[in-house]
Design a protein around this ligand. Sequence first.
Ligand code: ATP
Length: 513
Amino acid sequence: MAKQEDVFKKVISHAKEYGFIFPSSEIYDGLSAVYDYGQNGAELKNNIKQYWWKAMVQLNENIVGIDSAILMHPTTWKASGHVDAFNDPLIDNKDSKKRFRADVLVEDYCLKIEEKEKKEIEKAAKRFGESFDKDQFVATNPKVLEYKTKREAILSRLARSLENEDLADVKALIEELEIADPDTGSKNWTEVRQFNLMFGTKLGASADSAMDLYLRPETAQGIFVNFLNVQKTSRHKLPFGIAQIGKAFRNEIVARQFIFRMREFEQMEMQFFVAPGTELEFYEQWKQKRLNWHLALGLGDDNYRFHDHEKLAHYANAAADIEFNFPFGFKELEGIHSRTDFDLKAHEEFSGRKLQIFDPERNENYVPYVVETSVGLDRLFLALFSHCLRDETLEDGSERTVLSLPPALAPIKAAILPLMKKDGLAEYAEQIFNDLKYDFNLFYEEKDAIGKRYRRQDAIGTPYCITIDHDSLTNHTVTIRDRDTMQQERVPVSELRRIIDEKTSFRNLLAKI
Ligand code: ATP
């Protein structure tokens, strides 16, 4: 555990030191759970967006993308159920005065049981060696079964209590399990109460005429209210999808996990509109498609898993998370929800407008059903960043820190490094830079020893370093150094564009989906 915490601390400090992520308004001591992306962070974030946008909009002829406003008519949030039901159960510790999400306290307790299960399995695997049959062990070992049954019973009771809004039972569960404040060990809890996560704001200049608004807590509603506009102007028939990337705001109760849980964050959401009765088939398809999209990033298949929801949101008839193995354990990265016709029907009711489509095959009008895929851009950033950051000891005993990002997502694709400034090397290097800059985001640097410059590029994940030396001036070749293998190769300058493109283009990444 201590090791995982160290990894996470290193991730946070590296992100700051190398211009990826800064605490917001840091000169005023920051703002809790709000972060700014620096020069390298903004590039990485833009590349992640591109990967998603291309996979969704460009590769699917029946998905289009929009960009709706953050501020929406307040009735939107009444219709969507957010005013009444976008709550989290909150509990305070009376001694430490710290605030927690009651459901997360219980879920974390269950994660600890799961860890114990895993330890039993690992121990047995060691004991039995080659002949170990994991499935059989999990199905029959009394200890593992006891842990599993206990965990499942707790989670289903939690789900039931939350569904029935029985907050007293959530408190009772916390007491029965003797859950303590993780930092202080205190079990002196307040009652559990609901807390609405939406940020309120006002539209208009004068106090009396001002209208109460909310900052959107999800981007999805901007898609729903535009559903007919897009359908009519794009002339798509069902099934078709609308994609969007944008900011969302939630006044999260607990926000202590860096960019995993922020108060201002970005979502990449797609609503897929389908004929009623076909939604579960599309739901299964999108679960698999979205998992494949993540797997193509190459962070390791074992680092992803599905978690099917026990407690369904008020709008869903099926829901699952894709969880990623973050430095603090498996947590939600993306949600896939079969949202039924809940949202469009509610908007019909509250707006008095018809949000229906004519289906020529069925010869009837109806409100489409919706399958949603919703991934947090910042969470994906964290997954990539924390997984790809590692320290390596090299053959000569020296150390390097390398950020082995998928090359297509790297903030900088190649660094152009004249060995020295004089003798015309800088001028030649600039010429190469100016030629390649239209195709790739490059970095130019002539200061410091070349080894130091390589290390700095490794630390921000630059796939290639291109060094211009004296021979370059006469034979028009340069050395190109690969971030991961650290191998250097001498290549003609005329080949650079092809070589960099081959490794860093989105084409390769998208072809793996
Ligand atoms: P959680 O259970 O972790 O609060 P959620 O189930 O409320 O998340 P959704 O409403 O399904 O999340 O939102 C879709 C995606 O948006 C999530 O999978 C996550 O990646 C991202 N997301 C949600 N809340 C935050 C947040 N506060 N900070 C960063 N990303 C978030």
